[in-house]
Design a protein around this ligand. Structure first.
Ligand code: HEC
Ligand code: HEC
Length: 252
């Protein structure tokens, strides 16, 4: 009886040990300089969706609660999301080094006991619509018009957060590509897929054509329709983002 009890106790102890053993080795704290670089890159690229403290609420989920983030060590898992996008999250054009920095920044937060103190802004409409209109004229009017293509945008996208995310980073509806063959012929269409060996496009009729790639032959130019938006991102101040959003919601 006693032996059985000891065996049972040993088995239970082993079980508990197995359960508490972390699935991944603890991360070593990152160099503060790396975290600072990551904070800056995060501020420009992730803040407006995942919140300044990575706890979500601005259109993106809480990253500190994410299994994917918890299991990430040096950005290797986060990179997959950033480089491919996921759901409403567009893919972002960041270097591996930037992703490593951003991951270090996200991992620098202490997880646990934060939700009570978390203050959500009551509204993101805290900007000045007049200032937003001026910013629009300076930064957007070369491509958009409030009476033209963006007429009624606030009715089409009624949620101000969604609207804000849309202008910060519109979803790519279609990426086009031009393939220039050595013969001088050109093929143009919607990019279907591309890797190191083959590029496939769909022409106006939806017919797919594939071209074998060998280094720089044929020449492949990819046209990213939202490149202007990507280029604008680092130029905004927080205030300007709020102002622009407050202006855009008036375009009903
Ligand atoms: C335009 C808004 C937007 C931006 C910008 C954005 N995200 Fe996201 N992110 C999202 C949304 C929405 C999801 C949820 C996607 C889904 O699963 O459908 C997401 C998901 C993720 C996930 C996966 C979480 C999980 O557990 O599945 C990670 C990691 C992530 N984002 C990191 C980042 C980082 C790092 C940046 C900046 C480099 C960034 N995101 C920029 C909106 C955004
Ligand atoms: C150089 C041109 C250019 C500039 C500058 C530009 N955009 Fe865009 N914008 C585009 C293109 C192109 C698209 C469409 C992307 C696509 O094909 O999906 C777009 C899409 C949008 C959309 C989504 C429209 C919809 O119907 O869903 C909004 C909103 C928007 N831009 C707002 C802005 C704002 C606000 C600014 C200034 C801060 C701005 N854009 C600056 C070219 C530009």
């Amino acid at each position: 009886m006693l032996i059985r009890r000891i065996l049972l106790a040993t088995a239970l102890a082993a079980c508990a040990a197995a359960q508490t053993r972390p699935a991944f080795p603890p991360r070593t704290p990152a160099d503060p300089a790396v975290v600072e670089r990551g904070r800056a890159a995060y501020g420009v690229n992730c803040n407006f969706c995942h919140g300044s403290d990575a706890r979500g609420g601005e259109g993106g989920p809480n990253l500190l609660r994410s299994d994917l983030v918890l299991n990430d060590q040096q950005g290797e898992r986060i990179a997959v999301i950033i480089q491919n996008g996921r759901g409403e999250m567009p893919k972002l054009n960041l270097s591996k080094e930037q992703i490593v920095d951003i991951a270090a920044f996200i991992h620098s937060f202490q997880v646990g006991g934060y939700d009570i103190s978390r203050m959500k802004p009551p509204s993101i409409l805290v900007g000045d619509a007049k200032a937003g209109e001026a910013a629009f004229r300076a930064k957007c009017a070369s491509c958009h018009s409030p009476a033209g293509d963006l007429k009624g945008i606030a009715s089409r996208i009624a949620d101000p957060k969604k609207l804000q995310n849309t202008f910060l980073m519109p979803r790519v509806s279609r990426t086009t590509v031009t393939v220039s063959l050595p013969s001088g012929q050109k093929a143009e269409g919607t990019l279907v897929r591309i890797d190191d060996f083959i590029v496939t496009l769909a022409d106006n009729e939806g017919l797919q054509r594939s071209f074998r790639r060998d280094g720089d032959t044929p020449r492949v130019e990819i046209h990213d329709p939202v490149k202007p938006h990507r280029d604008l991102l680092p130029s905004y101040t927080d205030q300007e983002i709020h102002d622009l959003t407050s202006y855009l919601v008036t375009l009903k």
